[in-house]
Design a protein around this ligand. Structure first.
Ligand SMILES: [Zn+2]
Ligand SMILES: [Zn+2]
Length: 274
């Protein structure tokens, strides 16, 4: 299968508020998203289509047609207040998860017969996005940062072997990074909040795990790295083990940037077929 993606942008305001909840409950669940006049974002939408390649044109579908079709739909979203100016968010909240599902319905209904919508990813901000593939579950992801010192040194290897394998990273006094961790959760949406996970709880949970590492020396101050090398591979698995039991079975994927150039991903231990 060939997958073709085109990127779109629109700017819109929205507000998270349920009339049937008290002001305190709205503020607890939605934070500043509950403020009375709303706020706004530059949204980025990646539309991915798939299908059989047309043998004459060599295309899944004409990208010019896709551009026109999606832009016509986004016209009703761009420079609008999603709650007030579109008909889609009267009964559901304009969360990133709900917006991506509404856009799925609208785009899928207008695609030509030869193309099939494979995936939509909607960025509300650079570090917050939702992804949908037409199934019952929706993915929601958010990126967090922490800064820490570490030294790559394996206790099972000799000093000479450590120097040979890890090079500069074996410097005895350590060095450090600004780490970025993208946490993806996946599940059915809560019908009341339109979210795959309570985002305030998610932030508090992830922050608590990362705050334990933030502005620390991993090898010297975090027990897990006293005995295993603090490679990004080991860190991403460690973070999975910390987060998985705390996120109510919703954790789907972790992506850890050690630097802008080194990225490590983990989606949990491989589940063997029963
Ligand atoms: Zn927002
Ligand atoms: Zn390093």
């Amino acid at each position: 299968m060939v997958y073709a993606t085109r990127r779109f942008e629109f700017s819109a305001a929205h507000r998270y508020w349920r009339d049937d909840w008290s002001a305190e409950e709205n503020e607890r669940v939605f934070g500043p998203g509950a403020r009375p006049y709303g706020h706004g974002h530059n949204y980025t939408l990646d539309v991915t289509v798939t299908g059989t390649l047309d043998p004459r044109t060599g295309m899944v579908m004409n990208m010019t047609d896709l551009k026109a079709l999606v832009n016509t739909i986004l016209d009703a979203f761009d420079h609008r207040h999603l709650n007030e100016d579109t008909p889609y968010f009267r009964d559901i909240l304009p969360t990133t998860e709900n917006i991506v599902r509404v856009l799925w319905r609208l785009i899928a209904a207008h695609l030509p017969a030869e193309a099939r919508l494979a995936r939509l990813r909607l960025y509300e901000m650079q570090d917050l996005w939702a992804e949908y593939d037409g199934s019952d579950e929706t993915t929601f992801a958010r990126a967090y940062t922490f800064s820490a010192a570490h030294r790559l040194h394996a206790p099972a290897l000799s000093d000479a072997e450590n120097r040979a394998i890890y090079g500069k990273c074996n410097n005895p006094n350590g060095h450090g990074h600004n780490y970025t961790l993208e946490v993806s959760v996946c599940g059915p949406l809560d019908p009341e909040t339109g979210m795959a996970i309570d985002m305030v709880t998610m932030d508090q949970t992830v922050r608590a795990v990362l705050d334990a590492l933030d502005f620390r020396h991993l090898d010297n101050e975090i027990a897990a790295f006293a005995t295993m090398p603090s490679t990004a591979e080991n860190i991403v698995v460690y973070l999975w083990e910390q987060l998985e039991p705390r996120l109510g079975g919703r954790l789907a994927h972790l992506k850890l940037w050690e630097t802008r150039k080194n990225v490590f991903e983990y989606a949990g231990p491989a589940r063997l077929p029963a």
